[in-house]
Design a protein around this ligand. Structure first.
Ligand SMILES: [Fe+2]
Length: 423
């Protein structure tokens, strides 16, 4: 079980799952490791860590600290409150059919092709910028339009792609993800097609200024000193210079790019804007940007699970970002995004294949082999609508990980399977 604890409760023998709030290449501050001695504990405590997550299946437990289930329940309470009380949470979505569930596999394949095409185009734009050639944003409008239509048909397929895509070029991968997630976010708020499409383009281009930052600095594993931090922060100014006069760029896109690091408490950059001086889309791109940064693999740590990233975003609600936007983002992504890996109390491992939008803690899943290769209660390939099994303790979720942890091809797993009938 993953448990959040205060650093003062850390003891030798515990297995650190992840440390979210410290960026460092220090091997003792990395996640996924066992704490061997009291001196390691003191070392971690002296490096500014306030809270961390431990894995009680791999190391010692502590009596204090909320469990994974409690964190999820708190998150669900917050979502339920905003969504209008218990009525929404109790409202059961219609039972899924096998045909509906098989569709998601085909949709992920189609979405994958669209994202691949967009990736080539955005890659070309970045190459032009690096070579000092003029940039033209107009060619990406067609894949953006097709992706917007895909989001309307199957938001889950696009979320899965944004969370599972891998690339050697981190700036390109992050830029595409921010574009996709921002389109999903704007669409979930009912914004019109023109805004959704502009949000996508701006998301694709928001970090283009990083091409002028030395790779050695962008990939630096250790803590950045104030001088290095200020060089990296110049990427917003570089982006605006590179994109000045670019055909296809609108004032809204420029605002999104300009404000993606501004925060409502005035702590952001480059202008330290606060409150309503930051455009709604400027805040939304900020939320998406940090969500993708937390859930992405880094050279000094593995990817951090979506529910932990969402919990961090809720922690910043009201200080860095407007609370209602944070809550809407969680509803948009879902607590267990499609493609993530769950472990059930009965020992079953399963992939999330669809979110129940009115019951975010009870997605539709497909069982897979356990990492050890043996099967648990449910045979692999079984699709289960957890909302229909919510009263059965064996079907409660006890762990949540990203699929990178195990060696399976999600595109192969998604399209098939039989639906488990309700109890
Ligand atoms: Fe940025």
């Amino acid at each position: 079980m993953i448990k959040k604890i205060s650093v003062s409760d850390l003891q030798p023998g515990m297995h650190i799952h992840s440390i979210v709030d410290v960026v460092s290449s220090d091997p003792l501050l990395r996640g996924n490791r066992l704490v061997h001695s009291s001196s390691e504990v003191r070392h971690i405590q002296s490096h500014g860590v306030k809270e961390l997550f431990i894995d009680t299946d791999k190391g010692d437990d502590t009596r204090s600290g909320p469990s994974f289930a409690e964190i999820s329940a708190t998150l669900q309470d917050q979502i339920r409150e905003l969504a209008g009380g218990d009525a929404v949470a109790k409202e059961a979505p219609p039972p899924q059919t096998e045909t509906e569930l098989h569709r998601i596999g085909a949709e992920i394949e189609e979405a994958s092709q669209l994202v691949h095409e967009a990736s080539l185009m955005v890659g070309e734009i970045m190459k032009d910028a690096r070579m000092g050639r003029n940039i033209d944003a107009r060619p990406i409008s067609e894949p953006i339009r097709q992706m917007k239509e895909m989001i309307e048909r199957s938001p889950d397929a696009m979320i899965a792609l944004a969370l599972l895509r891998k690339s050697d070029d981190e700036t390109l991968r992050h830029s595409l993800n921010v574009g996709i997630l921002l389109m999903l976010f704007t669409r979930s708020l009912g914004m019109n097609s023109t805004v959704v499409e502009q949000a996508g383009t701006a998301g694709f281009l928001h970090d283009i200024g990083k091409i002028r930052i030395p790779d050695s600095l962008l990939n630096k594993k250790g803590k950045l000193n104030p001088g290095e931090l200020s060089v990296i922060r110049q990427h917003v100014k570089h982006a605006l210079q590179l994109l000045d006069g670019t055909p296809g760029l609108t004032p809204l896109m420029t605002t999104i790019i300009k404000q993606h690091h501004e925060r409502i408490d005035g702590s952001g950059y480059p202008h330290g804007l606060s409150g309503s001086n930051i455009h709604k889309l400027g805040q939304m791109v900020g939320i998406v940007d940090v969500y993708d940064a937390i859930t992405s693999k880094r050279s000094y740590r593995g990817p951090i699970e979506s529910h932990i990233a969402l919990r961090e975003i809720m922690r910043w609600a009201g200080t860095l970002f407007t609370q209602s936007l944070c809550e809407q983002f969680i509803r948009c992504i879902g607590i267990y995004p499609v493609g993530s890996l769950l472990e059930l109390r009965n020992g079953t491992f399963a992939l999330v294949i669809q979110n129940n939008r009115s019951a975010l803690l009870h997605p539709v899943i497909k069982t897979i082999k356990t990492p050890a290769g043996n099967t648990a209660d449910d045979t692999p390939g079984q699709m289960i609508d957890l909302n229909m099994f919510r009263d059965q303790p064996g079907y409660s979720i006890v762990n949540h990980r990203f699929v990178h942890d195990i060696n399976i091809d999600i595109l192969e797993e998604m399209p098939s399977g039989t639906l488990l009938s309700t109890p």
